[in-house]
Design a protein around this ligand. Structure first.
Ligand SMILES: [Zn+2]
Length: 247
């Protein structure tokens, strides 16, 4: 006779701890807790998991990187989906490498146009062009696209420099920034980098489109959050090996 395991079906919190220094090959601990606060207090004292006791002995601290609401089954799924470093915001979230068809990239292109407040200029050729730009960058290095790339200014007017993006820099809090120089009007704008969570593409957004100081990317124009985007970190920058971009 079998009975459902109540521990397996109970909803709690799956949590990811990111070690501030790696211990051998370990950089994360993924666990499940019915009461997360209580579990984190135990971990802080080196209890509840052998690995956390060991890293504590080595003086390594950790940060709560991410949580998911769910059961132990959810925890196991995340472990099986290719490891914690792929889903850790501190290490840079990397969606699994996959092949994107041009048709799948059209809605992605539409979403990016919404983010750059450019929906009003989209028509079929514009979206087709932008989807092709995305498919070229989605598997390449860097996986970065700028508003000028999407609009076709980089390619169609190569001799006419309209927008220039300076070398990105990382602030102390890990956020990634650059300056968008408008060479026509001579005005400069601060840009902050976001990651498109579906494709992993990174995009620089100027401060007149996005509230660059907000906790999450929020549209300056519509005042609404963009849940499919998050702020990029230095880890995303390194994983895409961005060099100076001139458009
Ligand atoms: Zn991490």
């Amino acid at each position: 006779m079998t009975t459902a395991n109540p521990r397996r079906s109970r909803t709690g919190t799956v949590y990811l701890l990111h070690f501030d220094q790696p211990y051998k090959h370990a950089r994360h601990y993924l666990g499940w807790a019915a009461d997360l606060n209580q579990r984190l207090m135990q971990h802080q004292q080196g209890h509840g998991a052998r690995l956390l006791a060991v890293i504590r002995q080595h003086g390594i601290t950790w940060t709560l990187a991410r949580t998911w609401s769910g059961t132990r089954t959810r925890e196991r799924q995340i472990k099986q989906q290719g490891g914690a470093s792929r889903v850790c915001p501190h290490c840079g979230i990397r969606p699994p490498q996959r092949v994107w068809t041009p048709g799948e990239l059209r809605p992605v292109a539409r979403r990016l146009f919404a983010v750059i407040d450019g929906e009003w200029i989209t028509n079929k050729p514009v979206i087709t062009y932008a989807a092709r730009q995305l498919s070229r960058r989605i598997t390449g290095i860097p996986r970065t696209i700028t508003p000028a790339d999407l609009l076709g200014w980089s390619e169609r007017t190569p001799t006419m420099k309209i927008l220039n993006y300076t070398t990105p820099y990382i602030r102390k809090d890990g956020s990634v920034w650059c300056v968008q120089e408008d060479l026509e009007s001579g005005s400069d704008n601060t840009c902050r980098m976001v990651v498109d969570l579906e494709t992993g593409l990174t995009l620089f957004l100027p401060d007149y489109l996005v509230d660059v100081e907000a906790d999450q990317p929020i549209s300056r124009v519509g005042k609404h959050p963009w849940p499919l985007f998050r702020w990029a970190t230095g880890a995303d920058l390194h994983s895409s090996e961005i060099k100076e971009k001139t458009t």
